[in-house]
Write a protein of this length. Structure first.
Length: 265
């Protein structure tokens, strides 16, 4: 039994309604080919291109290599399934490059989210390491390594990321001083602010940044150039930014001028 093709949306819907429908569609589907959208919405290719230019300029979508996805915001976060499959090759390169920056660190903080989990998987298994994390998936996976001591930070667990937040989490982190923190974000603004949609998540990330001796941002190129509501830190607090070579060199130079080393891998 084959799945039926959805009927095209009304071609005569006004521009604003069509663009809102496009955002809803992307949030439900996760990602679409740009070439799909003209037929899906029953309008010309040029009309869809105008829609995408406007939505991209307002920070509501992200376009990359012929595909388009909804940008994360205060009202929307991508699913774990989407995060684990989207830009997977780039994220693997970032994880390996980040793990190579471990140096002499003996205690490491791993943020919640898919990219820090990949960094954890890339850390060496042949040396003792204490890992502190707010992520339940990361804790469960790394706890199986016999030379690791894994400390989970307690708190309310968010269903989207299975990360711990709220005052229990921040209070516990305030008593620690990790050698190195690997921090993620949902968005990095052109001015260098690290952002996330949830104030509770922002408080945890801000605390982790404040107590760690070194901090490295890990995130793929789609994170840059937009805000997702709540600021929790600035790139000047980072030792380095590790992202994919897909990030524009002009963006990398601009952020590097603010303080951190920017590695495009």
């Amino acid at each position: 039994m084959t799945a039926s093709t959805p009927d095209p949306l009304p071609a005569r819907a006004d521009t604003r309604a069509r663009r809102e429908a496009l955002i809803r569609e992307l949030r439900e589907r996760g990602e679409m080919e740009v070439s799909e959208l003209s037929a899906r919405f029953g309008v010309s290719v040029e009309t869809i291109r105008r829609d995408l230019r406007q939505l991209e300029s307002s920070g509501r979508i992200i376009r990359s290599y012929g595909r388009v996805a909804a940008a994360e915001s205060a009202a929307y976060e991508t699913s774990q399934a989407f995060r684990s499959s989207h830009n997977a090759a780039e994220k693997d390169r970032i994880a390996r490059a980040a793990a190579a920056c471990l140096g002499h660190a003996e205690t490491v903080f791993l943020d919640e989210g898919n990219q820090p989990l990949l960094v954890g998987r890339s850390l060496p298994v042949d040396r003792p390491l204490t890992v502190v994390t707010t992520s339940l998936p990361t804790a469960l996976e790394l706890a199986e390594r016999p030379r690791y001591t894994v400390i989970t930070v307690g708190g309310r667990i968010r269903p989207t990321t299975l990360g711990a937040v709220d005052s229990w989490a921040t209070a516990m982190l305030e008593r620690m001083e990790p050698d190195l923190a690997f921090i993620g974000a949902n968005g990095v603004t052109d001015a260098g602010w690290l952002t996330t949609p949830d104030p509770a998540v922002a408080a945890v990330k801000e605390t982790a940044l404040g107590v760690s001796r070194r901090a490295i941002f890990v995130g793929n190129h789609t994170k840059f150039g937009h805000s997702t509501f709540v600021r929790f830190g600035h790139v000047r607090a980072l030792e380095r930014i590790i992202t994919g070579r897909e990030l524009r060199s002009t963006t990398a130079r601009r952020l590097g001028a603010l303080g951190p080393q920017v590695d495009r891998v």
